[in-house]
Design a protein around this ligand. Structure first.
Ligand SMILES: [Zn+2]
Ligand SMILES: [Zn+2]
Length: 86
């Protein structure tokens, strides 16, 4: 499957795999490696904040799933496969 690009839906900053996100428990990690869940305390983050402006982001919160580009296409493909099976 093609790799999914992950980028901020508001400013198009692209996630670079670095641990930019800090949980309320103090743990920092790459939120996209765990689908928005803190690996330390297990808190699920439904919204993901963009990175600091000095790194190129906008610091605005967006729903975690909105960050995944082409997610609609993948969902459509899965739906098509399901239709074919029925
Ligand atoms: Zn945590
Ligand atoms: Zn942004």
């Amino acid at each position: 499957m093609d790799s999914i690009r992950i980028r901020c839906p508001k400013c198009n900053w692209e996630a670079d795999g670095q641990p930019h996100w800090v949980c309320t428990c103090g743990h920092d990690w790459d939120t996209f490696s765990t689908g928005g869940r803190c690996p330390s305390c297990g808190k699920q983050w439904d919204d993901t904040q963009c990175v600091e402006k000095k790194i190129g982001g906008c610091q605005q919160f967006s729903p975690h799933l909105d960050w995944y580009e082409n997610l609609d296409i993948i969902v459509d493909e899965v739906m098509e496969e399901l239709k074919e099976k029925v």
